[in-house]
Design a protein around this ligand. Structure first.
Ligand SMILES: NC(=O)c1ccc[n+]([C@@H]2O[C@H](COP(=O)([O-])OP(=O)(O)OC[C@H]3O[C@@H](n4cnc5c(N)ncnc54)[C@H](O)[C@@H]3O)[C@@H](O)[C@H]2O)c1
Length: 286
C-alpha cells in the first residue's frame, strides 16, 4: 500500500487546520488551501501557537515544531494541488460547496489520487457521483480536536473500492490514528448515530425536570465512566451543530429517536451556540 508523502487539505477551519497539523506532525507534507483570504495564514499561526505551548510545557522538542511548520505549505489556489497523492476535504458542511470542490479537484489531481471527505453527515456516494473516480472517493471522519482524538471513521460509499478503504486506513495509521470501517453509507455513520440519541435523552430528562443538569452529567460520568457528561459534551460540540445533525438524521430516518428536544431549539434560537463550554443547559430554564 502506498505511503502518502504529499497530502492536500481543503478548508483551513477547525477541522482542516487540525488535520493539517496532525499530518504535518507525522512527517507528511501538507498542501493547505482555503478560499477565504487570510484563512490559511491564520490557521498556520494558530497551529504555531498550539505547538509553541506544547514546547513550553516540555511536551514537544523545538525541532519537531519547526519540522511540523516546514511540512505545511500554504496554497492560494486548488490548482497547486496537482502533486497531492491524496486530498482530504474539510470545507463547510454544505453539499453544493463540497460537490464544487470535488468536481474541481478531480480535474486537478492525478487520476490515481484518493479524494476523502471529512463530512459529518453527507452521503459519500452522492459526493462521489460528481467525480469521474467514485471508486477513489471515501469518507474520513476525524473528530475534534483532530490532533488529539484517536478515531477516524472510514466511510465506504456505494462505489468505493476495497483498495481505497485500505489506503484511507493506511493514511490514518500514518497519522497515528485508530480506524473503524463504516461498511454502509448511512447518515451519522457510527459515532453520531449513537451520540445524538444520548444527547437527546439527556435533554429530555432535563426538560421533564427529572434531575438537574449537573446531576445528569454526573450520573453519566460516574455511572457510565464517560469522561464528560452529555450536556457538557453537547455544548462543546456546538449546540447549533448538534441541532443540524439531529434534524438531518430525523429527516433521513423519520425516527423519533433523532427528534431534537425543544430545550435545544430554544437555546439555539436564543443564541447559545456552545463550542466554548458556555454550559447553556446549566442555566435552563432561565
Ligand atoms: N467541527 C467539528 O467538530 C467537526 C467534526 C467532524 C467533522 N466536521 C466536518 O468537517 C467539515 C469542516 O468543519 P469545521 O468545523 O472545520 O468548519 P469551519 O467553518 O471551521 O471551517 C470550514 C472552512 O472551509 C472554508 N471553505 C468554505 N468553502 C470553501 C471552498 N469552496 N474552498 C476552500 N475552503 C472553503 C471556510 O473558509 C472555512 O475556513 C464539515 O464538513 C464538518 O461537518 C466537523
Amino acid at each position: 500500500m502506498k505511503t502518502i508523502k504529499a497530502l492536500g487539505v481543503v478548508g483551513a477551519g477547525t477541522m482542516g487546520s487540525g488535520i493539517a497539523q496532525l499530518a504535518a506532525q507525522n512527517n507528511i507534507q501538507v498542501l493547505l488551501y482555503d478560499n477565504q483570504p487570510g484563512a490559511v495564514q491564520s490557521a498556520v499561526a494558530k497551529i504555531q501557537e498550539r505547538l509553541t505551548r506544547a514546547v513550553d510545557r516540555g511536551q514537544m522538542p523545538r525541532g519537531a515544531l519547526e519540522q511540523t511548520l516546514n511540512n505545511i505549505i500554504e496554497k492560494s489556489s486548488l490548482e497547486s494541488f496537482k502533486d497531492a497523492e491524496a486530498v482530504i476535504e474539510a470545507v463547510v458542511e454544505v453539499m453544493d460547496i463540497k460537490k464544487a470542490v470535488f468536481r474541481q479537484l478531480s480535474e486537478i489531481v492525478a487520476p490515481s489520487a484518493i479524494l476523502a471527505t471529512n463530512t459529518s453527515s453527507f452521503s459519500i456516494t452522492e459526493l462521489a457521483g460528481v467525480t469521474p473516480r467514485p471508486k477513489l472517493v471515501v469518507g474520513m471522519h476525524f473528530f475534534n480536536p483532530a490532533p488529539i482524538m484517536k478515531l477516524v471513521e472510514i466511510v465506504r460509499g456505494e462505489d468505493t473500492a476495497d483498495e481505497t478503504v485500505e489506503s484511507a486506513q493506511h493514511l490514518a495509521s500514518q497519522m497515528n490514528k485508530e480506524t473503524v470501517v463504516v461498511q454502509k453509507d448511512t447518515p451519522g455513520f457510527i459515532v453520531n448515530r449513537i451520540l445524538m440519541p444520548l444527547f437527546i435523552e439527556a435533554m429530555r430528562i432535563l426538560e421533564e425536570g427529572v434531575a438537574s443538569p449537573e446531576d445528569i452529567d454526573k450520573a453519566v460520568k460516574l455511572g457510565l465512566n464517560h469522561p464528560m457528561g452529555p450536556l457538557t459534551l453537547a455544548d462543546f460540540t456546538g449546540l447549533d451543530v448538534d441541532l443540524e445533525v439531529m434534524d438531518y438524521l430525523y429527516d433521513e430516518f423519520r425516527d423519533d429517536r433523532f427528534a431534537a428536544p425543544q430545550v435545544l431549539r430554544r437555546l439555539v434560537r436564543a443564541g447559545h451556540l456552545g463550542k466554548k463550554a458556555h454550559r447553556g443547559f446549566y442555566h435552563y430554564p432561565s
